[in-house]
Design a binder for this molecule. Structure first.
Ligand SMILES: NC(=O)C1=CN([C@@H]2O[C@H](COP(=O)(O)OP(=O)(O)OC[C@H]3O[C@@H](n4cnc5c(N)ncnc54)[C@H](O)[C@@H]3O)[C@@H](O)[C@H]2O)C=CC1
Ligand SMILES: O=C(O)CCC(=O)C(=O)O
Length: 411
């Protein structure tokens, strides 16, 4: 199912549970601003290449719009739109003073050299610099981008507006990045999983995990879960998939991935058909790569009892229904992966304060936010007699609706 159709469907279900006014519902759904820019740059061989970049600014009722920038061949306006909307509900679920936005460029970062990526990022920044800003819209990394991308945006933006570290988060520490941001989404996934398991009288230790995606989010989640005694029995990335029913040695896998640029060929496991990773036997499945991967084609075959959505919108609404009938419990993206944007908020606060926190403070604050977020989501589940996805959606949508009305909706 198209990502935007799926996200709108979840929003509308939440709006109905909340009894939202239909005009307010319509206004919350339509993005504040959609930006589409052409980015032409010289490649290393002297030929010109043109890419299309998007920044969708969904809502700013609760504060500056916030969200990552994705470099991926499948980036399209509908998906960026859906991801921007999800950011609005996510920042509200986390209860941080932001709205939502998302950006993306349709490109394959693996096929571009570092200098081509730098030129692409600078051209994109030149096209959108007037529309982003410390109190307007603050980008961050997402799939295919990272601290280096944020450093180039910071540098290009600062040429127009003066030195502005708070205009992006997820930057290198040397440029004002926060300690703990690199690991934050994965660490948030750990805290979210602990909160859910705790409610079911279980702990991480001894549970069997499968993780799809071994980039920033998947690899940090794997490392932290492994440290807590969780048994990771299968992992996949773009290069392939591996499994080991006794549990994969994650520190060795991290070393292998650094050297070989992927999980493929890891000697500490057997290779597995990547198409089967989501239906591999486990207790807990963590999708940490692309959207829409859990759908009506594979939902019936899923063996996990719990799904922790580290990726954005990995589960189609049709799959939600099938999995719910099977009794599978899904911890939704807008809560489960909110650790990244929460520490982005801490980074922005540190930049504005001009004061750096130590890593222990960052991680402790993150745990406080994730624990509170779980409690708030559960509260909405009880109020509206709904599952965790609708608990999170009603929580986020209600907070944004309240802010919108307070700002003068009635006027
Ligand atoms: N980086 C962050 O702070 C946050 C990221 N997310 C979401 O988490 C997910 C992963 O993002 P990152 O780890 O940042 O990206 P990344 O670019 O660091 O890693 C992506 C990983 O997915 C793998 N992958 C790509 N296509 C695949 C496929 N077809 N099958 C299996 N694996 C595949 C890549 O090989 C790589 O291991 C995305 O959905 C992103 O939107 C959500 C919240 C915050
Ligand atoms: O850290 C951020 O500002 C946003 C991260 C992001 O793109 C996401 O949570 O999906």
């Amino acid at each position: 199912m198209n990502a935007l159709v799926a996200t709108n469907r979840n929003f509308k279900l939440a709006a109905r549970l909340l009894g939202l006014d239909s005009k307010l519902e319509k206004s919350l759904l339509i993005p504040f601003r959609e930006i589409k820019v052409e980015c032409t740059l010289p490649k290393d061989d002297g030929t010109l290449a043109t890419f299309v970049g998007f920044r969708i600014q969904h809502d700013n009722a609760r504060g500056p719009m916030k969200g990552g920038i994705r470099y991926h061949p499948e980036v399209d306006p509908d998906e960026v739109n859906a991801l921007a909307q999800l950011m609005t509900w996510k920042t509200a679920v986390a209860n941080i003073p932001y709205g939502g936005a998302k950006g993306g460029i349709g490109c394959n970062p693996g096929e571009l050299s570092k200098s081509e990526l730098e030129r692409l990022t600078r051209v994109f920044t030149q096209k959108i610099h007037d529309l982003i800003g410390i109190h307007a819209d603050v980008p961050a990394p997402d799939m295919g981008t990272g601290p280096q991308t944020m450093a180039w945006i910071l540098d290009e933006y600062s040429k127009f507006h003066g030195h502005s570290p708070a205009v992006v988060t997820g930057k290198p520490i040397d440029l004002g990045g926060s300690l703990g941001r690199d690991a934050a989404t994965g660490r948030g996934v750990l805290f979210a999983t602990e909160a859910l398991l705790n409610e079911h009288g279980k702990s991480i230790s001894g549970q069997k995990f499968v993780i799809q995606g071994f980039g920033n989010v998947g690899s940090w989640a794997a490392q932290l879960i492994h440290e807590k005694g969780g048994k990771i029995v299968a992992v996949s990335d773009i290069t392939g998939a591996i499994k080991n029913s006794k549990g994969i040695d994650i520190p060795s896998l991290l070393k292998h991935v650094k050297e070989s640029k992927g999980v493929q060929g890891f000697p500490g496991g057997d290779s597995l058909d990547p198409n089967l990773i989501l239906v591999e036997d486990c207790d807990i499945l963590i999708p940490a790569a692309l959207g829409g991967v859990i759908n009506r084609e594979n939902a019936n075959e899923i063996k996990a009892k719990f799904i922790i959505e580290a990726a954005n919108h990995p589960t189609d609404p049709e799959a939600d229904e099938i999995l719910s009938k099977k009794g599978v419990i899904i911890l939704p993206d807008i809560y489960a992966n909110s650790g990244g944007v929460t520490v982005s908020y801490f980074e922005w606060v540190q930049n504005i304060q001009g004061f750096m926190w130590d890593e222990e403070k960052v991680n402790n604050e993150l745990k406080t936010y994730m624990t509170k977020g779980f409690k708030d989501v559960k509260g909405m589940c009880q109020t509206h007699n709904c599952d965790l996805r609708m608990g999170a959606f009603t929580l986020g949508v209600n907070r944004v609706a309240r802010a919108t009305v307070l700002r003068g909706w009635e006027a």
